[in-house]
Write a protein that binds this ligand. Structure first.
Ligand code: DSN
Length: 432
């Protein structure tokens, strides 16, 4: 089937670039932990004529007329999100993960309040209070992170920090933490200091849906997420929450709005204008896909693949941050090597393995070069790869890292082998 025939005719430059990217992704191993593949159906909804529609407001309460069908689109997305995660309230309008997180600050805090979160070099996200982001400029970050030796959260240290600093809100979520997050342990701490607990599950939502990661919804005030990454929806964000605010009387006595309403108002009109209804339609499609057993199997397999890859790499003598993984990602730890994380990421990419360099706990190198490489299995799992395929992937990673000093002599062969290997698999959204 020829894709994008109109674009091919009208704008061959952009068409060609999309074709090149598509070819590139079809012949390389996409191991960026925050990526996966959206289906044709998701892409079709996102590429639909709903892109033209303006409907500021929420279903049933808009500032424009003519919303009979788009209200149904948004309501379907909301109801499917609530069903998928067992949440009381959902907002599907945030344009992406960062705007979703921004809305949480606006709904829960006052400027200058303390927020506990992980700094980016510790594995957190920019919006969890990092200093160059609005969240670290307008609010005060109380940092926490994994223990530099074990690579795991030390809940005693986190509790001490929380009790000493008394932040109004605690973020729990990561972009580079390879272990399960025990939300109930964080909830105990948040309860002890009357802090809101907010989970950012962008990286691990499919694992939660599949039941292979603890569920934040029962013990968090708000849960934020992207709908791309391993959820395989459009590039967007959403919010889940309780309806009532358990700290209404303590922190929001002056507001007539409950938590759900304050979040909605923070998104629109607080931060955004018209919702992207084509994207919300794509989100509804992705949520429907995520409600299936196939999707749950994908979530289970992501972790099996990550563990198989970790075991294989450990077996070849490579070190992993935190000693391994029980999620979708692992971080190769090159602190003992002469080469850096950046050297390795570049060599891997030349060979057809696309990943990113990343700090490891206790890293002594700068964030611009690092001692680690973060590897994720969602995309490979979406292609249908299983544990035995991870053996081959580990072999290629091993060959690249062992030959890093003369990598250019090896890239052609490895690139070719990987390309042939990829051709055996389907790729959602590219070659289904
Ligand atoms: N920047 C993304 C990641 O790669 O983890 C998170 O938003």
């Amino acid at each position: 089937m020829e894709r994008y025939p109109n674009l091919k005719e009208s704008d061959p430059e952009i068409y060609d670039l999309i074709q090149h990217e598509s070819e590139y992704e079809s012949t390389t191993l996409k191991m960026i932990a925050s990526e996966s593949y959206a289906s044709y159906s998701v892409l079709e909804a996102c590429g639909s004529m709903l892109t033209d529609k303006y409907a500021e407001g929420y279903p049933g309460s808009r500032y424009y007329e003519g919303n009979e069908f788009v209200d149904q689109v948004e309501n379907l997305a909301i109801e499917r999100a609530k069903l998928l995660f067992g949440a009381e309230h959902a907002n599907v309008q945030p344009y992406s993960g960062s705007p979703a997180n921004h809305a949480v600050y606006r709904a829960l805090l006052k400027t200058g309040d303390k927020v506990m979160g992980m700094p980016v070099p510790s594995g957190g996200h920019l919006t969890h209070g990092w200093r160059v982001n609005f969240s670290g400029i307008d609010y005060e970050q109380v940092p926490y992170g994994p223990n530099p030796v074990t690579g795991r959260f030390d809940m005693n240290v986190i509790r001490e920090t929380a009790k000493r600093e008394r932040p109004r809100m605690i973020w729990v979520g990561a972009t580079a933490y390879p272990h399960k997050i025990e939300y109930k342990d964080f909830a105990e701490i948040a309860n002890e200091i009357d802090a809101y607990l907010v989970a950012d599950i962008a990286h691990i939502n499919a694992l939660i849906i599949a039941g292979v990661h603890p569920d934040p919804v029962p013990c968090c005030d708000v849960v934020t997420s992207t709908s791309h990454k391993m959820l395989r929806g459009p590039r967007a964000g959403f919010l889940l929450s309780t309806v009532e605010d358990r700290f209404q009387a303590k922190y929001h006595l002056d507001s007539k709005f409950n938590l759900a309403k304050r979040l909605d108002r923070a998104v629109f009109p607080g931060l955004q204008g018209g919702p992207h209804l084509h994207i919300i339609a794509g989100m509804a499609v992705a949520f429907k896909e995520a409600l299936t057993d196939d999707f749950k199997n994908y979530g289970v397999q992501i972790v099996k693949n990550a563990k198989a890859l970790a075991d294989s790499l450990l077996g070849k003598g490579w070190r992993l941050a935190g000693g391994g993984t029980d999620t979708h990602l692992l971080i190769l730890d090159f602190r003992n090597e002469k080469f850096t994380g950046k050297d390795a990421a570049i060599a891997l990419a030349k060979s057809g393995i696309i990943a990113n360099f990343n700090m490891v706990p206790g890293d002594f190198r700068s964030p611009f070069i690092t001692s680690g490489v973060r590897l994720g299995t969602p995309s490979l799992t979406a292609m249908g790869m299983k544990e035995q395929d991870m053996e081959l992937v580990a072999n290629w990673i091993d060959r690249v890292c062992k030959n890093i000093n003369n990598i250019d002599q090896h890239t052609k062969n490895i690139r070719q082998e990987i390309s042939e290997f990829c051709s055996k698999f389907k790729i959602p959204g590219i070659r289904e």
